[in-house]
Design a protein around this ligand. Structure first.
Ligand code: B12
Length: 209
């Protein structure tokens, strides 16, 4: 039993087998965060296979479902700090036109585990709806995920709308998602770029304390 086998099962979209092996690995004492990191890399490889036409959309859908099932199993094993005072409020979502949500869901999970209160707007979220929700709950952070080069400009629009409304200083805008980079974050004036969920939790805890 190994992470390598789990990676193959998820990539092959074998949901039930992935769930069973994830349970066994956790029972053996494998670090849940290591499992999530490893499977994030697995999905990068699945994406490359798709880009090279070695696999097609149905296979990605199955791999995504297998990963989501593993995330649900790992979730209760993450050490929760929910009883600690709140580290702050976060509005999170995947930007308009983009339906990818697995990575965003993992970021949400890691933030909750680290003591943040997170309002999840799910996916295909209009830039103005991020701002509306942030105003409603009195958020400290707005987190925007983009998984496609075509939807990255929606992250910039959130920042531009915040400026237009005179609200730019009120929220820290955190961006992420596979095609995004620190260079992109600097270009659009985001406060924070994080390449993965661990980094997001660490950097946001550092800023908020
Ligand atoms: C799974 C998947 C899907 C699934 C999504 C299922 C779901 N419920 O989310 C489905 C099958 C629906 C799908 C659909 C499509 N997909 Co797709 N998909 C992927 C794939 C293989 C994996 C994404 C994933 O879940 N990764 C695993 C997670 C854990 O990693 P992650 O998302 O990167 O998240 C981590 C970090 O990025 C970061 N992070 C993420 N969000 C945020 C947010 C914040 C605030 C922070 C701080 C950090 C952070 O932390 C996360 C955890 O550590 C990627 C390949 C890739 N390399 O990304 C392609 C990919 C993104 N898809 C792609 C494409 C083209 C499509 C489709 C257009 C295909 C089609 N012809 O219909 C549609 C688009 C639909 C739409 N409008 O959005 C392309 C995008 C190319 C581009 N233009 O940039 C990719 C890159 C594949 C490829 N190489 O061609 N897809």
């Amino acid at each position: 039993m190994s992470l390598k086998q789990l990676s193959k099962l998820v990539a092959d979209g074998e949901k039930e087998e992935s769930e069973a092996l994830a349970r066994e690995l956790l029972a053996q004492g494998t670090d849940p965060i290591e499992i999530l990191d490893d499977l994030t890399r697995t999905m990068d490889r699945v994406g490359e296979l798709f880009a090279n036409l070695d696999i097609f959309l149905p296979e990605i859908i199955l791999a995504g479902e297998a990963l989501t099932a593993v995330v649900d199993i790992v979730k209760p094993k993450l050490k929760s700090t929910q009883r600690l005072p709140s580290k702050g409020k976060v509005v999170i979502g995947t930007v308009k036109g983009d339906l990818h949500e697995i990575g965003k869901n993992i970021v949400k999970l890691m933030l909750e585990t680290n003591g943040f209160e997170v309002k999840d707007l799910c996916y295909d979220v209009d830039p103005l709806d991020f701002i509306k929700a942030a105003e409603e709950i009195g958020a400290d952070f707005i987190g925007a995920s983009s998984l496609m080069t075509t939807t990255m400009p929606r992250q910039q629009e959130i920042i531009e709308f915040l400026k237009d409304k005179g609200l730019r200083g009120k929220y820290k805008v955190v961006i992420g998602g596979a095609p995004t980079t620190q260079i992109w974050a600097d270009k659009i004036g985001a406060d924070l770029y994080c390449e993965d969920a661990n980094c997001a939790a660490d950097k946001m805890v550092a800023i908020s304390t």
